[in-house]
Design a protein around this ligand. Structure first.
Ligand code: NAD
Length: 468
């Protein structure tokens, strides 16, 4: 096995952070390493911009629709830059830009409506939804633009302003996106800040921030909740996942194998709601392993900018080291790599797509979130045992059931303890659906009208029906 590559963290260089291309392991550009002291002025300006932005819903809708058009028009610059810093195949980057524009359009049209409330008494109550103020959006490196838009589209549509902080591993496409959108929206409605910690922690604890909406890992989510406790700002946390896919006895293995494989390996497995464990009936286990391993062995791994590439590199050295560690431990404990099992001997952060069989159920690759191109396939004897195992981690983001009898599959899906359960596919989300992990996978609800109302507060006016 090749020696481990050096773990390259974004390094400060005279007020800048180096941005590394994961396909080469080399720095190719820089972004500002902003200091926490700059946040006071940024948040103050976001607060001043809020007054005008919240006042005119029709102007807001028009501005957000124009922002969607501007994002779409810039896809040919945004998508390759995203691939360069993140690693994913460029077609997926184009899809991410398109999703960002679509989300802006969806929320632009989704204004909050006043609501009448009554409990039978001769008093008329009306809820008039009010914005909160400056919102902090903090996002990870796996879907920098798409996850940023999941923060700013509902927050801005609700009449708030936003200070957005991308991961220091992927600051460039978000900065560009921020400047494209800033060219269309009023000044300081959306501000992108970039830099290393403690920038995020300071942003989350800033007294001028009224809602912290965070996507990232469970430990950082805990730290964010602690930071936000300082100002008692509202907190929305979208955290990690360890989604299980349960295959039922009647599943048509060949028919579902491609879909199941890509549900685990898209974006190199760096998807919060990727399939991270497969449970197959013992009778079918070796066929499932073989079908997935066949696909792993024929997947084209390479630089995301090469149009032939199906699977890019892992985003950064620390993440590659984690994937390598989890895999090595599973193999040392007796697992068998039916495909892959090792890093690729080439520059950059490449790991061979890996299918693991004979994995101990206690292995970290089963119990924790590997967040990389490694998939354990576990056999089960009884369905109860599979459901119990699927539900038996601290996570509760998503899960799926794969079968020919859809009613039976749905009955099993209903037993999954998570926010979203899919049948015969995985990780497909509608912009209009609520997205909410349970247990350690999250706090609060994103997506659809729930995402909008998560950025609003109810203001209630009571009046009698008649003069008293
Ligand atoms: P991370 O938690 O390390 O970082 C996320 C963001 O938080 C980054 O911008 C980072 O710079 C910032 N940050 C780091 N320390 C901070 C602190 N103390 N206070 C405030 N901000 C801080 O996550 P990551 O490694 O960038 O991303 C991978 C994780 O994200 C995985 O666990 C994945 O499952 C999760 N994720 C969840 C969802 C979801 O919707 N549930 C979606 C995508 C990714």
């Amino acid at each position: 096995m090749p020696a481990s590559p050096p773990v390259v963290h974004p390094e400060p260089r005279g007020g800048l952070i180096a941005v590394v291309d994961p396909a080469t392991g080399e720095a190719f550009d820089e972004a500002p390493d902003q200091q926490s002291g700059e946040l006071d002025a940024v948040v103050e300006r976001a607060h001043a911009a809020w007054r005008g932005w919240r006042a005119d819903p029709a102007a807001r809708t028009a501005a957000l629709l124009a922002a969607a058009d501007a994002v779409e028009a810039a896809e040919s610059v945004l998508a390759p830059l995203l691939t360069r810093e993140q690693g994913k195949p460029v077609a997926e980057s184009y899809a991410e830009v398109a999703r960002t524009a679509a989300r802006l359009r969806y929320f632009a049209e989704l204004g909050p409506e006043p609501q009448r409330i009554t409990d039978g008494r001769p008093v008329r109550g009306e809820i008039r939804w009010r914005s909160l103020g400056p919102v902090a959006g903090i996002v990870p490196w796996n879907f920098p633009l798409q996850l940023a838009s999941a923060k700013f589209a509902p927050a801005l549509a609700a009449g708030n302003t936003m200070v957005l902080k991308p991961s220091p591993f992927t600051p460039l496409a978000t900065r560009l996106l921020g400047s494209i959108i800033a060219g269309v929206l009023p000044e300081d409605v959306l501000t992108v800040v970039t830099g290393r910690e403690p920038l995020g922690a300071r942003l989350a604890s800033h007294p001028g921030i009224r809602h912290v909406t965070f996507t990232g890992s469970v430990p950082t989510g805990r730290a964010v909740a602690e930071s936000a406790a300082a100002s008692l700002a509202r907190v929305t946390l979208e955290l990690g996942g360890n989604d299980a896919a349960i295959l039922l006895e009647d599943v048509d293995v060949e028919r579902i194998a491609d879909r199941l494989f890509w549900a685990a390996f898209r974006n190199c497995g760096q998807v919060c709601m990727a399939v991270k464990r497969v449970y197959a009936p013992a009778r079918l286990h070796s066929r499932v392993v073989e079908a997935l391993a066949d696909r792993a062995k024929t997947t084209v791994v390479g630089a995301g900018l090469d149009p032939a590439t199906q699977l890019g590199p892992v985003n950064n050295g620390a993440q590659l080291a984690r994937v390598e560690r989890y895999t090595a431990q599973a193999l040392a404990d007796g697992a068998r790599a039916a495909a892959g099992g090792h890093r690729l001997d080439r520059p950059g952060y490449f790991f061979a797509p890996t299918i693991l069989a004979d994995v101990s159920t206690d292995s970290p690759v089963v119990k924790e979130e590997q967040f990389g191109p490694v998939l354990p396939v576990l056999p089960y004897e009884s369905l109860d045992e599979a459901v119990e195992a699927a539900n038996g981690t601290g996570f509760g983001l998503g899960g799926s059931v794969w079968a020919t009898d859809l009613d039976r599959a749905e009955a099993v899906a209903d037993r999954l303890e998570c926010g979203t359960a899919w049948i015969n596919h995985h990780a497909e989300l509608s912009l209009a659906q609520p997205f909410a992990g349970i247990k350690e996978s999250g706090v609060g609800v994103a997506g659809g009208p729930w995402g909008l109302y998560g950025n609003l507060r109810p203001f209630v006016v009571h009046r009698p029906e008649e003069i008293t």
